[in-house]
Design a binder for this molecule. Structure first.
Ligand code: GAL
Length: 722
């Protein structure tokens, strides 16, 4: 066991004297942790510090993109956020651990995709890539990055599963709270408050990064920008997606497209599920010759209708695949569903997969993939003791497998100068700059809304896809959430449902989808801000300035017979979130006749009527089936398309203004498909609402970068009575 004691004699003397002073006062301090080493921090960029110790294995940052240094610099600098002296590391025979300070009232958020709440304090998580398994840290994207309410974030960079104790687990030499006798004391706590976050990995070392910011949002921005910022999806990706039944043939799909046309529903992407392949679970990655005899023709026909094709696959290779022999030398010791598991840390393995996909799908015009089962339960995936030809540890391989696949496909699309918008079921550190959206089989509507918000805290995008419903009401409510999410998708792979499957609400569903499509100019600009500034387009309320968290604690009552270890329960508001700079979305769940909405400080207005609704308060609203409640900030400028028809050459805009404030909005636009925007091929139009001499608001638009916008006519609409 390696336990390094403090080397410096004078420091020992100094610490000993503090020990004497504090012991005398009846409590210990952080600086007494003498069997741990102090971490040494090095500033890497404005507001970003790094410390490391020991040797780490597979570096998750091998699968992320380089930082946007300029944008990080523009955020300015901030001081190191906590006492450097109170940060420690320890290497033992088989674990590397750290200890970082935590204030008594500090709240901790983040740690990846979570469905049941956001404040992570007073809990222990084993951050493991897995199917969602409750609040224990098993999830599709268990990102070891947390944000503190004190204005900083910490990233533990390791491909091993991070076990993190967030304010629980008290060292005997730490700052301990008062001991209370449980028999007589009311305030006895099953989880005594601790003054630290402690985390460990089963490895020989790790890296730790600290990100600061003036606000919670800035911390997240810095984290995202450290990995290149967020993504800018192709415009079609923000349209309507429909995944057909797994047994569908090309003819079935063509028929379904016709039904979309006759029912007057927009359609931008068709997703094919496992049955497009000649063999699935494990996968052949080859088209099924009976269901899809002429895939090139099929993809082309859809392309002519403006519909993209997305293909489902999981990574496990069937012996029946035409790439089997080529990939075989690069696969691990164990199979998944009897399919071989490629080791994509090896460049040759990546080449085999990409060549096969290029030749068989991408060259035909396939727009992207839905990469499934890169998480999976232990009983499905490879065991921790599996071996891989590169020598990569099986646990690390599992933790970053999804990221490896994202990185590989992203690089490919970038080289083709074509943007993809794809789906994946697992992500990890630094995922914001990969063109993938997460999804799950978990189907709790409320949980899906929480997931959308929690995803934003660690650089992730989440789709609360709709699959089926038990009633027309549920169908509408889920559709509304999906329409206000990063990826609007009906995943009918097993239900075979269509948007019009509940005829009594078909018009409402159509209007909902149309509203989302009309908001494209606003949303696309929000994604540009994600790309350039790291601002998540769909965000948790705690990232919004002026939002006061409404968390309450419900205390459990100690009862010697039934509940001798009573614990407090945290009650959080997680059923609302922000979309773009100024829209607050408050989804309604089946059966809800009214709901509360927590408004951040400032005047807020109803999106549909423009009427004032409140300022920094909790309002109760009566729900309407046909509307998802949306609220808009004072001065908000919301550019919307007037028509969503694809054949429409008229790209005119209605620019809505809410409230009384003067304001301006920088409307971004580009070709919507390529990376040419990175070379300056985009237009930026300033939409400005200013008061004229008579005190009334008047709108103007000005091109500010000499590039003509794709939008033709602009009409202003003053939503709030002036
Ligand atoms: C699941 C996935 C579903 C669907 C299905 C097909 O793992 O989450 O969305 O694609 O596989 O078999």
């Amino acid at each position: 066991m390696k336990t390094k004691l403090l080397k410096d004699q004078s420091r020992i003397l100094f610490l000993t004297s503090i020990l004497i002073i504090f012991c005398f006062n009846g409590f210990a301090q952080n600086t007494l942790i003498s069997d741990m080493d102090q971490l040494k921090w090095e500033k890497v960029m404005p507001g970003i510090w790094k410390a490391s110790f020991g040797e780490m294995g597979l570096n998750p940052m091998d699968y992320t993109n380089p930082p946007n240094i300029k944008a990080i610099e523009e955020l300015g600098d901030t001081p190191f956020p906590f006492d450097e002296e109170a940060t420690y590391s320890l290497l033992t025979a088989n674990r590397a651990s750290i200890r970082l300070p935590l204030g008594e009232t500090e709240k901790i958020y983040g740690l990846g995709l979570e469905f049941e709440g956001m404040n992570r304090r007073s809990n222990v998580y084993s951050l493991k890539v897995d199917h969602y398994g409750g609040t224990k840290g098993y999830t599709h994207a268990p990102v070891p990055f947390y944000i503190s309410s004190k204005g900083y974030g910490v990233l533990i960079n390791s491909s091993q599963r991070v076990k993190i104790h967030v304010g629980v687990g008290n060292r005997k030499d730490s700052n301990l709270p008062e001991r209370i006798d449980r028999t007589t004391g009311k305030n006895w706590a099953a989880r005594p408050l601790s003054d630290a976050i402690e985390a460990s990995v089963q490895a020989g070392g790790m890296e730790i990064y600290v990100f600061t910011g003036q606000t919670n949002l800035e911390v997240v921005q810095r984290y995202n920008l450290f990995f290149g910022g967020g993504i800018l999806p192709p415009k079609w990706g923000l349209g309507f997606w429909h995944r057909v039944h797994t047994t569908s043939s090309d003819q079935d799909v063509l028929k379904e497209i016709q039904d979309f046309e006759s029912n007057n529903f927009p359609l931008d992407v068709i997703g094919l599920e496992p049955g497009w392949q000649s063999f699935a679970y494990p996968c052949s990655f080859d088209w099924d010759p009976t269901r899809f005899p002429n895939p090139g023709n099929f993809v082309n026909m859809l392309d002519k209708k403006g519909i993209k094709v997305n293909l489902w696959e999981n990574p496990y290779v069937s012996p029946s695949s035409t790439m089997y022999e080529d990939i075989r030398p690069f696969t691990g010791s164990h199979t998944v569903w009897l399919g071989e598991v490629p080791d994509y840390t090896i460049p040759e393995a990546r080449e085999v997969l990409l060549n096969h996909h290029e030749k068989n799908h991408l060259n035909l015009g396939v727009s992207g993939y839905k990469i499934d089962e890169v998480d999976g339960y232990d009983v499905w995936l490879w065991p921790d003791h599996a071996t891989f030809p590169s020598g990569t540890d099986a646990v690390e391989m599992r933790q970053v497998y999804g990221m490896m696949m994202q990185d590989m496909f992203d690089d490919y699309f970038k080289k083709q100068n074509t943007r993809t918008y794809s789906l994946i079921r697992s992500a990890y550190i630094g995922a914001s700059n990969h063109n993938f959206v997460l999804y799950s089989d978990y189907y709790d509507h409320k949980g899906y809304v929480t997931a959308m918000a929690s995803a934003s805290l660690t650089g992730l995008l989440w789709t609360p896809e709709i699959r089926s419903a038990n009633s027309g009401e549920e169908w509408v409510r889920r559709f509304q959430t999906v329409a206000f999410s990063p990826l609007m998708m009906l995943n009918a792979w097993s239900s075979g449902k269509k948007p019009w499957s509940f005829p009594e609400v078909t018009d409402i569903v159509r209007n909902t989808i149309e509203l989302r499509l009309k908001l494209l100019p606003y949303l696309y600009t929000a994604f540009y801000d994600y790309n350039q500034k790291g601002i998540p387009p769909f965000r948790a309320m705690i990232l919004e300035n002026g939002y006061r968290t409404q968390e309450t604690q419900k205390s459990g009552v100690i009862n010697d017979v039934t509940n001798p270890y009573a614990e407090e329960k945290r009650l959080e508001v997680t059923d609302q979130y922000m979309m773009g700079p100024s829209i607050l979305v408050a989804p309604v769940f089946t059966g809800q006749k009214e709901r509360n909405v927590v408004l951040p400080q400032g005047d807020w207005f109803d999106f549909y009527t423009g009427e004032y609704v409140g300022d920094g308060e909790i309002i109760t609203i009566q729900t309407k089936l046909e509307e998802i409640p949306l609220f808009v900030k004072d001065g908000a400028i919301i550019p919307m398309l007037t028509s969503i028809s694809k054949s429409e050459t008229d790209n005119s805009l209605e620019v809505r203004h809410y409230g009384k404030k003067e304001n301006s909005f920088l409307l971004y636009d580009d070709d919507g498909v390529s990376y040419n925007y990175e070379k300056g091929e985009f237009s930026m139009t300033e939409l400005k609402a200013e008061k004229t001499e008579n005190g009334k608001l008047s709108g103007s638009s000005n091109a500010i970068n000499n590039k003509k916008s794709n939008y033709s006519e602009i009409t202003w609409r003053w939503m709030t009575k002036q």
